[in-house]
Design a protein around this ligand. Structure first.
Ligand code: FAD
Ligand code: NAG
Ligand code: NAG
Ligand code: NAG
Ligand code: NAG
Ligand code: NAG
Ligand code: NAG
Ligand code: NAG
Ligand code: NAG
Ligand code: NAG
Length: 651
């Protein structure tokens, strides 16, 4: 790996010494890029080359949390260092860091900077391309700093006509990004950020609903290019599983995972969305899938993972090695105690699959009563559908959600079955399953035309039924609630749920919902992960949202957001012991820790203190986030977005 490490910077007397800096650690289960690790030996060579202890010690490892030396850790939380402060690294230090990284450090600029004349990037051609593609996730995932919901970076630099301001500032986008492709680079970045008390962000795709992969003045570790994959026809896992498995780099995205699984004659559990990162926040947060009613959550599939901890050390986590870390990183959320570099997951049968897509508006029915009865008939069938191993992803609203015209008072109700997914079922079997609901629609004189799509493997059915979704808008606020089976077994609670849905739409909110089981009919639910326990009883996940306009004031956003949070009390009361899915939820969720993590929270919090005592990893709503506040510069309360300094919470 001479190309990466053999850099010569004579001015800094870093003469060639780094050519052997990274050590190849052998181990058959590691990807080549995972064998390139930072070690104490490498650090001594760096120290000799730099001839400056102040600088070379910036790359030292932290203490081992299991050793007695832990008492020496400086566990006091301080405000993260920001540019302009004495302790902020000088350009010379950033340059050395870049050299050691093999020149993968990027000085980040907002993606839409090309639209603003006072930025060096100003370029009207480039700006037009960015604006044209703004709602396409490809644009944001290929950028080291951009996130898909710019509300959470402060909507400080958007292309016209989506802009809220007339100028462009860095906002909550990080200052630097390390475009990593090896374990050694991640270790360097983790050590550097921890030793210098910098704000650290891990960005994979930037899909997170609460903008967790952003942060003002931060250094970002960008995992997007950790793209390795390997198939093991007969993998023996430490938990007793013996069978086919696939190891994915954590930068692998859903579409890549599905394609690779198909190429080796299998399926894997992944999200419905094309570009969500399979190995990052998605699996860490639980991960729901069109295959979940059959096989459970994405985190249930994980057999082992490779992780760089906050102290900079690289470890393997499995049911026998570092089992507490293994437990935490399957359901405890992204950006908690380490950077995941890869995970090994179960490879499932290829499964013939049928999908069904259709929609109807109130105009396709005799009137609003028939429209709502048609929706109610769906809820009446949730249990049957889930118990058959199927999944449904639907929208209910008034007028068009995408164009931001979903206002209270509109009675242009619509229902859209984005996709009803029936794994292991033929079209005929799927029609039989749907008959009770479709007969009810016929009896109500609802006119609709289902599109049946079938393939002999999951990937080919999915790829037709799930087009890429819109991202990039700062005009939406969501909240989530999981509703357990018991709600649908009670006529009264099911009716209350239905009435609540109707009320939400009449008030101008929209629903993006799922019939889904977090357990899976084909498997025993695992009991040894940090997944929110409410997922195991849930048969529906409801995402509720409100919308506003691109030019809406922060006051409008605040009141609209609070309305979503408050409205959700209706569903919280229907299912008080349930919870919310952290990856598609509400930043303002009341009793957030309980709602997102349930009874696992005390253990998660204790592990956070053990493995990340200085609070290196932070993300809005993540484990331990309540000890911090983002001192937002926007006219919002602290921690409503990432556009502010990160400091310990003031009492
Ligand atoms: C259009 C769309 C569709 C979606 N569909 C689904 C779906 O079908 N099912 C579902 O369950 N969810 C879905 N989600 C939600 C998705 O699970 C979350 O957005 C998730 O956080 C995405 O993870 P990411 O790594 O791609 O994104 P990021 O925003 O890059 O990361 C999310 C969080 O994980 C952390 N993180 C990322 N990589 C690592 C790593 N290697 N190590 C440690 N921490 C890491 C980040 O720091 C951040 O805190 C969808 C979201 C969108 C926008
Ligand atoms: C080491 O580097 C620091 C930070 O750049 C600098 O202040 C210091 O003078 C250097 N020490 C020596 C001996 O060069
Ligand atoms: C402006 O952007 C376009 C498209 O990305 C590029 O082809 C062109 O070279 C850029 N112009 C300048 C002056 O950088
Ligand atoms: C958005 O940008 C356009 C073009 O630069 C500008 O004319 C407009 O005033 C901006 N909108 C707002 C709300 O500042
Ligand atoms: C990031 O690194 C990858 C190689 O791992 C490279 O292909 C890509 O162009 C880099 N991206 C940027 C923005 O530097
Ligand atoms: C509704 O379905 C029809 C086909 O039946 C399709 O043409 C149309 O685009 C769909 N509308 C929406 C909003 O999905
Ligand atoms: C798929 O269906 C067949 C019967 O049609 C059944 O034997 C098999 O177990 C099912 N597979 C799964 C994974 O449920
Ligand atoms: C449906 O249409 C038929 C024929 O027009 C009519 O007889 C029936 O009453 C209608 N049913 C409802 C529920 O509207
Ligand atoms: C459902 O609830 C509504 C409103 O509370 C009530 O009017 C209706 O009679 C209930 N329906 C059933 C079937 O219980
Ligand atoms: C958004 O704009 C529309 C049309 O101008 C207006 O009717 C609506 O009230 C606005 N909504 C908000 C939340 O500002």
């Amino acid at each position: 790996m001479k190309g990466i490490w053999g850099l010569i910077i004579t001015g800094l007397s870093l003469v060639g010494a780094l050519s052997t800096a990274a050590t190849e650690i052998l181990g058959s289960s590691l990807f080549p890029n995972e064998r390139l690790q930072l070690t104490e030996g490498v650090l001594s060579k760096i120290s000799v080359a730099l001839q400056n202890v102040t600088i070379s010690s910036m790359f030292d490892f932290g203490n081992d949390p299991t050793s007695r030396a832990v008492a020496n850790n400086d566990a006091s939380h301080r405000c993260k260092t920001i540019p302009g402060e004495l302790l902020w690294p000088s350009d010379k230090v950033w340059n050395i860091f870049d050299t050691l990284l093999g020149e993968c450090l990027i000085k980040t600029v907002p993606l839409a900077a090309s639209c603003y004349v006072d930025w060096p990037e100003y370029n009207t051609t480039q700006c037009a391309a960015v604006a044209a593609d703004w709602f396409n996730s490809d644009l944001h995932m290929e950028d080291p700093a951009s996130i898909m919901l710019p509300l959470y970076q402060g909507r400080s630099c958007l292309p016209s006509p989506y802009n809220y301001t007339a100028d462009c500032t860095q906002g909550g986008y990080p200052t630097y990004a390390a475009n990593v492709s090896t374990v050694a680079q991640i270790q360097l970045a983790v050590n550097f950020a921890r030793n210098l008390n910098l704000r650290l962000v891990v960005k994979n795709t930037g899909h997170d609903f609460n903008g967790k992969a952003s942060g003002k003045d931060a250094l970002t570790i960008w995992t997007h290019y950790l793209k390795d994959k390997e198939y093991y026809p007969e993998f023996k896992a430490t938990n007793g599983y013996v069978g086919p498995a696939i190891k994915f780099g954590s930068g692998i995205q859903v579409f890549e995972a599905y394609e690779f699984a198909k190429s080796v004659g299998h399926s894997v559990v992944g999200g419905e969305a094309v570009t969500v990162g399979l190995g990052g926040g998605y699996t860490a947060g639980g991960g729901h899938s069109p295959l979940s009613s059959m096989y459970g959550l994405a985190s249930d599939q994980v057999l082992a993972m490779q992780v760089i901890l906050a102290n900079g050390h690289f470890i393997t986590a499995s049911s026998t090695e570092n089992p507490d870390i293994f437990w935490m990183l399957r359901g405890g959320g992204g950006s908690t105690i380490g950077v995941v570099t890869s995970l090994t997951v179960k490879a499932l049968p290829k499964l013939e699959t049928t999908t069904v897509t259709f929609n109807f508006t109130v105009k396709d029915t005799p009137g609003p009563d028939a429209f709502w009865s048609a929706v109610e008939a769906y809820l009446d069938n949730f249990e049957t559908f889930v118990d058959a191993g199927t999944y449904g992803y639907y929208y209910i609203g008034a007028s068009s959600v995408e164009s931001g015209t979903d206002y209270a008072g509109s009675t242009d109700y619509y229902f859209r079955m984005e996709s009803f997914v029936a794994p292991n079922m033929s079209v005929t079997e799927t029609k039989t399953l749907l008959a009770p609901w479709f007969n009810a629609l016929d009896n109500l004189n609802v006119s609709f035309t289902p599109w049946y799509n079938h393939a002999d493997n999951f990937h080919d059915a999915w790829v037709e039924a799930f087009p890429q979704e819109y991202v990039g808008a700062d005009v939406v606020k969501t909240a989530s609630r999981l509703l357990p089976r018991s709600v649908f077994q009670s006529d009264d609670l099911r009716n209350q749920t239905f009435e609540a849905f109707k009320d939400a739409i009449i008030r101008g909110l929209f629903i993006a919902g799922f019939h889904i089981s977090g357990t899976g009919i084909a498997v025993e639910p695992p009991t040894d992960s940090a997944v929110l326990p409410a997922w195991r009883d849930a048969i529906t996940h409801v995402i509720l949202g409100s919308e506003w306009n691109f030019t809406s004031s922060w006051d409008t956003i605040k009141s609209s957001s609070l309305f979503v949070t408050e409205w959700m009390d209706v569903l919280r009361e229907i299912a008080p012991d349930s919870g919310a899915y952290m990856s598609e939820a509400d930043l303002l969720e009341p009793n957030l820790q309980e709602a997102f993590y349930g009874t696992n929270y005390p253990r998660l919090y204790a592990l956070k203190q053990k493995y990340d005592p200085t609070g290196l990893f932070f993300a809005l709503t993540a484990v331990g986030a309540e000890d911090w506040e983002v001192q937002t510069v926007d006219p919002l309360p602290y921690s409503w977005n990432n556009n502010g300094r990160l400091c310990p919470k003031s009492s």
